[in-house]
Design a protein around this ligand. Structure first.
Ligand code: SF4
Ligand code: SF4
Length: 420
C-alpha cells in the first residue's frame, strides 16, 4: 500500500493493521482461493477516491448510487452509525458514493444532477445499492425521487437508474422481497427490487443480501469482489434466489456455538433462568437458526464484536427471503419471534401446523379403520400368508411336498471322483 493511502486511513483514525485485519475478513468472506487480504486492500486502494495521485484513485473509480426506498434507514445506520471510524463506513468514502439521500452532503438539484451524470458517464460500470422495499401501490406515488413517482410502471427513476448499472445490490431484506414492509396485509404493495425490475423488463443482474439490517461486512465483501473480479464473478456465485452461496449456503444452526447444547438436549425454556445463564441452546424460546440460511455466526455483526445468538437473543430469521414473492417475508414466516408455533401461509390462507397435523392423522386413522372394516365385510381377511387358515385352493389340491432328490451338481462331482 502506498504511504499516501495509509496516511489517508490514519487521518481517519484507522491503523494499517486494523485495515488489513478488515481486508482479511472480507477475503475470507469472499471465499475464493488465492484472494488474500492484500488483494482486497489493493482493490480498495486502486478504486479509492482518496489517498493516491493527489486525492484521486488511479485504477478507475467504482461509482455507487445508493437509493433508499421503503425502509427504516436501518441499513444505512448499520454502516454509518459508528462512534469510531469503521472500515466499512470508510470504504463508502473510498468508493465514489455519488448519490445517497442520507449520507451525501449535498441535496436537491445538485444531488439529482450527480445521479444523472453518473448514469450517463459510467454506463454499464456503476453499482446501484437498493435499500428498502419498492412500494408499488397508488401508482408508485408512495415514494418520490425528485418529484417523480419512484416506481411507476413502465418508466420511473428507479428503472432509469438500474437499467444501465453493472449490478444492482439489494441490501437488506426489504430490498430483497419487501421485508417487514411486506408483512401481512402489506398495504403499500411492498416488493423486492428483483421482482419489480423483472416485471418491468429490466435485465440487470441483482445480488440479494437479505438480513435486517443489511450486514455491512457482507455488502462490502460483495462490492470488493466486484472490484477485484468483476460482475461475472459475483453473478456466477449466486444461488437460485440470487444470493451469494458463500454467505447464504449454510444455516445459522450449522455454525452456531450453542450447537453442542442442542445436540445434548440442553435448552433455555425461560429468559432469566439458570439455563440461560449457562448459555444453553435457544431453540425452545423460538430460535429460527435451523431454518435460516445465513453467515451471521461467522461474519458476525457490529465490527465483528458479536452476533444475535452469542449475545443471548434467538435468531428471528431476518435473512429468510424469497425475491420472487412477497408472502414469504421474514416477519410473517418467523413470527411469533419467541415461540416455536408458526402460522403457515398458503397464498392468502393461514393455518396452524399442529391442528393440520392432527387433522391429517385423524383422516389417515379413519381411512385405515374404514379399509379394515371393508376387508372384513368382503371376506378378504381370510387366506393369505401360511400362518393363516388354509386357503380354499390348498384344501382342494393339497400341498406339494418338497422333493428329496439330490441336485444334479452333486451327482457330477461323485462321477468325477469315481473316475480317478
Ligand atoms: S441457539 Fe439456535 S442456531 Fe444455535 S444451536 Fe440452538 S437452535 Fe441452533
Ligand atoms: S442471526 Fe438470525 S436474526 Fe440475527 S441477523 Fe442473522 S438471520 Fe437475522
Amino acid at each position: 500500500m502506498q504511504d499516501s493511502f495509509i496516511e489517508s486511513l490514519e487521518s481517519r483514525g484507522l491503523t494499517r493493521r486494523a485495515f488489513l485485519g478488515f481486508c482479511g475478513t472480507i477475503a475470507a468472506a469472499i471465499g475464493i482461493e488465492g484472494v488474500t487480504a492484500v488483494d482486497v486492500a489493493e482493490a480498495i486502494e486502486k478504486n479509492s477516491l482518496i489517498g493516491v495521485n493527489g486525492g484521486m484513485g488511479k485504477g478507475g473509480l467504482a461509482p455507487v448510487i445508493w437509493l433508499e426506498l421503503g425502509s427504516c434507514t436501518g441499513c444505512t445506520e448499520s454502516f454509518a452509525q459508528t462512534d469510531d471510524p469503521d472500515p466499512a463506513t470508510l470504504l463508502l468514502e473510498y468508493l465514489a458514493l455519488n448519490y445517497s439521500e442520507t449520507l451525501s452532503a449535498s441535496a436537491g438539484y445538485s444531488l439529482e444532477e450527480s445521479r444523472e451524470q453518473t448514469i450517463e458517464a459510467a454506463k454499464g460500470k456503476y453499482v446501484v445499492v437498493i435499500e428498502g422495499a419498492v412500494m408499488t401501490r397508488y401508482n408508485g406515488e408512495i415514494l418520490r425521487i425528485a418529484g417523480e413517482a419512484t416506481c411507476a410502471p413502465g418508466d420511473s427513476p428507479l428503472i432509469r437508474t438500474c437499467k444501465d448499472a453493472a449490478v444492482v445490490i439489494a441490501a437488506g431484506s426489504c430490498a430483497v422481497d419487501g421485508g417487514f414492509c411486506a408483512a401481512d396485509p402489506n398495504p403499500g404493495g411492498a416488493e423486492g427490487i428483483q421482482k419489480y425490475l423483472k416485471d418491468n423488463g429490466v435485465t440487470t443482474p441483482v445480488v440479494n443480501l437479505p438480513s435486517c439490517p443489511c450486514n455491512a461486512s457482507t455488502l462490502v465483501a460483495v462490492v470488493v469482489q466486484y472490484l477485484l473480479l468483476g460482475a461475472k464473478s459475483v453473478v456466477d456465485g449466486l444461488n437460485e434466489f440470487g444470493m451469494p452461496t458463500a454467505y447464504y449456503g449454510e444455516t445459522i444452526h450449522d455454525n452456531c456455538e450453542r450447537r453442542g447444547h442442542f445436540e445434548n438436549g440442553e435448552f433455555v425454556y425461560e429468559f432469566g433462568s439458570v439455563e440461560e445463564a449457562k448459555g444453553y441452546c435457544l431453540y425452545a424460546v423460538g430460535c429460527k437458526g435451523p431454518q435460516t440460511k445465513a453467515n451471521c455466526g461467522t461474519i458476525r455483526w457490529n465490527r465483528r464484536v458479536s452476533w444475535c445468538v452469542e449475545s443471548g437473543a434467538p435468531c428471528i430469521g431476518c435473512c429468510s427471503a424469497d425475491p420472487n414473492t412477497t408472502v414469504r417475508n421474514w416477519v410473517d414466516v418467523s413470527s411469533p419471534f419467541l415461540g416455536r408455533l408458526k402460522t403457515l401461509k398458503l397464498g392468502s390462507i393461514k393455518f396452524q401446523p399442529t391442528p393440520v397435523a392432527l387433522g391429517i392423522t385423524g383422516i389417515l386413522t379413519a381411512a385405515l379403520v374404514i379399509h379394515g372394516v371393508g376387508m372384513k365385510a368382503t371376506g378378504r381377511t381370510t387366506g393369505g400368508a401360511p400362518f393363516e387358515k388354509a386357503r380354499e385352493y390348498d384344501i382342494k389340491h393339497g400341498n406339494v411336498k418338497p422333493s428329496n432328490e439330490a441336485p444334479a451338481t452333486e451327482q457330477v462331482v461323485e462321477t468325477v471322483e469315481e473316475g480317478e
